[in-house]
Every structure is written in structure tokens, then in C-alpha cells.
Design a protein around this ligand. Structure first.
Ligand SMILES: *[C@@H]1O[C@H](CO)[C@@H](O)[C@H](O)[C@H]1NC(C)=O
Ligand SMILES: *[C@@H]1O[C@H](CO)[C@@H](O)[C@H](O)[C@H]1NC(C)=O
Ligand SMILES: *[C@@H]1O[C@H](CO)[C@@H](O)[C@H](O)[C@H]1NC(C)=O
Ligand SMILES: *[C@@H]1O[C@H](CO)[C@@H](O)[C@H](O)[C@H]1NC(C)=O
Length: 388
């Protein structure tokens, strides 16, 4: 009783003059509903982000592209019916993350249909640039085609570009991207796509399919640059480096990582449980941002990959195959797949002019840097050498 009276008195004091009690109560009710709505909205948007970061199995370089989270509508990947997981065949260890379990369940599924094919490799092809991309990275592909990935003849050496993609569930405002990809493929003839989910743990599948496609369809290429769509490449320097190399010798050069230890911390992105890789060290491998190979090495990798168990980290998987082949991995200072030691890489064309490849640039930065590096009036002192 006491409480009710106090409440009523407080209400009357707070109530503005010239307002009926009924109107006042209605206003309060609306305010309450409004607050509730805001709360729900905040909650759902929080869920939305966490869903993106959890189910989106791409490395940070990839996910960062999906800037406008409201634009992309990611639906759960459908289970592939053509290749069923065989529970009786596999012992899936308990207590490992769901993604790792999924990987093990589908590890035996190694061949998928080709959905989109690029134009044929030309007979005089010197360097094939094979770039991992995903359907949504339209702006990166556009920037790359007009800057360092431009196709054509450079000092008599022919360069051709191909983008490697899986199937994507990404949507733009509810619309799937596949029709757009078909259009892009017709227009540029540089899309190579397969029928598996374009996820982080399927990157090895992309590797295996690329190697196999190369062995069947692109043996005219003398050298291959395999890389990501967010690196900056100094094409001129690559061509100059390859000038005296022979395609029928083994060649594997990049940012070589030796004696890397598998990450056993379950919260980290590259976590690998003991059950998946019991050894203490990985074989030497190249940072996946980009590396160069000769035709002989690519064809050898295709053969070695066929009898190597799939491993979720594609760069390490390639390292495993190279180990089987007894190929020496060559470290080159010009491949900066982890950027520079400094947190902020100076946006200085003189630094980029001395490099082969660097991670990572946005499409707009790619355009800007490309024009700066190729400016004939640019003069660089020796102060800006590679050792940054
Ligand atoms: C995403 O797509 C699903 C089905 O296509 C639809 O029900 C949902 O409303 C969409 N969400 C957004 C945010 O567009
Ligand atoms: C799973 O593999 C075993 C052994 O190869 C085979 O006998 C069985 O039929 C397979 N089951 C399915 C559902 O494919
Ligand atoms: C890889 O792609 C296949 C086919 O789309 C899918 O079934 C599987 O779940 C994917 N694997 C992972 C680990 O994402
Ligand atoms: C690699 O070297 C090892 C040891 O020297 C040898 O046993 C193996 O046959 C070699 N493999 C190839 C593919 O040459």
C-alpha cells in the first residue's frame, strides 16, 4: 500500500503539466518498448559479428575484406551429398574443435567438379600468376588486373593471371554471388573455380586442385607465382629474378619458414591438435602470401600431393610435399609475406621498388603504390634498401 502510494506520488510529480495521466502512461509504455527494441537490436548485431568471425573460417587477410557486414548475408554451408563422411572408416578424436572434426570427416573427399574454367594458357607463357581469391573479393581482383597482375608481354616475357576460387555462400543484399562470377569469368577469362566450400580449412583442397589443373592444362607455363589477392607484387623484379632460371630445374623461392612449431593453443587460429600432427616441428615451408615455383616443381608437387594426407594449413601441406620431393626451399629477402618488423610499413615507393612481394595492401593502396613505383621520375637513394 505504502509503496503504491509513493509510486503514484512520484509519477504525479514527474508528470508534465497539461498532460492527462492516460497520455503520460502511454508515453512511458512507448519509452519502455523503445528501450527493449534497442536492446534486442544491439544483441542481434553482436551475435551477427560473432557469427561472422566464428563460422567464417578464412584467415584475417580474407575476413578483413568483408567490411560491410550488413551487405553480406552468409548462410550456413550445405552438406555436400556427393562425398559423405564415413564415420566407421575414421576415428575422429574427441575434444578437438568442431572445424577440425569437420576437416577430418571430409579429408578423404579430394576431387571436386570444376565449375568455371579460365581461357587456355598461351603457348609462350613465361609466368602464370595463380592467385587465391574468394567470390566476395571483387575489388581486389579488379585492382590486381590493372596493376601488378596485368596480363601481357613484358620485355618479351608473357604473363597470365588466374584466380583460384571455391564455392561461396556469401550474398550481397540477399543475392548470391555465383551469377556475378559467371559474368566476371566471361568478361576476363581468368576465373578457375571448383565445387567445394571456399573456407579456410579447404585451402589445401584449393592447392591440390590447382596443382592438378596445372599438370593437365597449363604445362606451357615456365614459372608460377602462387599468392594471395591482398599482396603487392613487383612484377618487374620477379621477371628479372626469373630471367636466368630454367623451368626444368626445381625452383621454390619465397619467405621460407624453418623449424616452425605447431600451435597447440586451442584459442589460436592455426591451432593443430596433437592427433592431427604429432611431430614437434613442421618441415620448412613458405609463407603463403606468395612464392615462386618452376614448372618442374609444380608438376612434381602435383604427384607428391596425390599421396600426401590433406593437412588444414595449405602452406605447411606444400612444405610436406616438398620434403618428400627433396626440393630445397630458397629463402629470398624480397618476399615479405609478414610485412615488415615495424608495425606500420612506410608507404614509400622506394621500399616497394626493391621488393618482390609484400603483404598486405588494400585495393586503393595497390593502385596508388603501383603508379608510384612505376613513376619514371621517381629517384631513390640507396638509403631505402631491402633491409627495413
Ligand atoms: C539473409 O537471407 C535469408 C534467406 O535468404 C533471409 O531470411 C534473411 O532475412 C537475410 N538476412 C539479411 C540480414 O539480409
Ligand atoms: C565406410 O567404409 C567402410 C570401409 O571401407 C565400408 O565398408 C562402408 O561401406 C563405408 N560406409 C559408407 C556409409 O560409405
Ligand atoms: C570443404 O568443402 C566441402 C565441400 O563443399 C565441405 O563438405 C566441407 O565441409 C568443407 N570443409 C571444411 C573444413 O570447411
Ligand atoms: C629423397 O632423399 C632420401 C634420402 O636421401 C631418399 O631416400 C629418397 O628416395 C629421396 N626422394 C626422392 C623423391 O628423390
Amino acid at each position: 500500500m505504502e509503496l503504491k502510494a509513493t509510486f503514484y506520488r512520484t509519477m504525479m510529480i514527474l508528470k508534465p503539466r497539461n498532460t492527462s495521466l492516460f497520455m503520460y502512461c502511454a508515453m512511458l509504455l512507448m519509452l519502455f518498448l523503445f528501450c527493449l527494441l534497442i536492446r534486442m537490436e544491439v544483441k542481434s548485431s553482436l551475435n551477427g559479428t560473432s557469427m561472422l568471425t566464428q563460422t567464417h573460417k578464412n584467415p584475417p587477410s580474407r575476413s578483413s575484406m568483408i567490411r560491410d557486414k550488413t551487405e553480406l548475408n552468409r548462410t550456413a554451408p550445405k552438406i555436400h551429398l556427393e562425398c559423405r563422411n564415413n564415420g566407421s572408416l575414421l576415428q575422429i578424436p574427441n575434444g578437438i574443435p568442431v572445424l577440425h572434426q569437420l576437416f577430418l570427416q571430409y579429408k578423404h573427399c579430394r576431387t571436386f567438379r570444376q565449375l568455371l574454367s579460365p581461357k587456355a594458357c598461351s603457348n609462350d607463357l613465361f609466368l602464370l600468376m595463380a592467385i587465391k581469391s574468394t567470390a566476395a573479393q571483387i575489388d581486389r581482383r579488379a585492382a590486381l588486373r590493372s596493376t601488378w597482375g596485368r596480363e601481357g608481354l613484358f620485355s618479351g616475357m608473357r604473363v597470365q593471371l588466374v584466380f583460384l576460387l571455391g564455392r561461396s555462400m556469401d550474398r550481397v543484399r540477399g543475392h548470391p554471388l555465383q551469377p556475378l562470377l559467371h559474368y566476371e569469368s566471361r568478361q576476363f577469362g581468368d576465373i578457375l573455380q571448383w565445387d567445394f566450400d571456399d573456407s579456410f580449412f579447404n585451402l589445401t583442397l584449393k592447392e591440390v586442385h590447382f596443382l592438378n589443373w596445372f599438370s593437365r592444362e597449363c604445362r606451357t607455363a615456365q614459372f608460377v607465382l602462387k599468392g594471395d589477392d591482398d599482396v603487392f607484387v613487383n612484377t618487374g623484379n620477379l621477371l628479372e629474378y626469373l630471367w636466368d632460371k630454367r623451368p626444368n630445374d626445381h625452383l621454390f623461392v619465397g619467405d621460407i619458414i624453418s623449424k616452425a612449431v605447431p600451435i597447440r593453443n586451442i584459442r589460436r587460429k592455426y591451432f593443430i591438435p596433437m592427433q592431427m600432427y604429432p611431430k614437434k616441428q613442421y618441415p620448412p615451408y613458405a609463407g603463403g602470401g606468395g612464392y615462386l615455383m618452376s614448372r618442374r616443381t609444380v608438376i612434381g608437387l602435383d604427384r607428391a600431393a596425390q599421396d600426401t594426407d590433406l593437412f588444414p594449413i595449405d602452406d605447411v601441406f606444400v612444405g610436406m610435399c616438398l620434403e618428400k620431393m627433396n626440393v630445397t626451399l630458397v629463402f629470398h629477402d624480397g618476399f615479405r609475406t609478414f610485412g615488415f618488423r615495424q608495425m606500420v610499413t612506410p608507404f614509400n615507393p622506394c621500399i616497394y621498388r626493391g621488393l618482390m612481394l609484400i603483404h598486405k595492401l588494400s585495393p586503393a593502396q595497390m593502385w596508388a603504390m603501383w603508379s608510384l613505383v612505376n613513376d619514371p621520375d621517381l629517384t631513390c637513394t640507396r638509403k631505402f634498401s631491402i633491409n627495413v
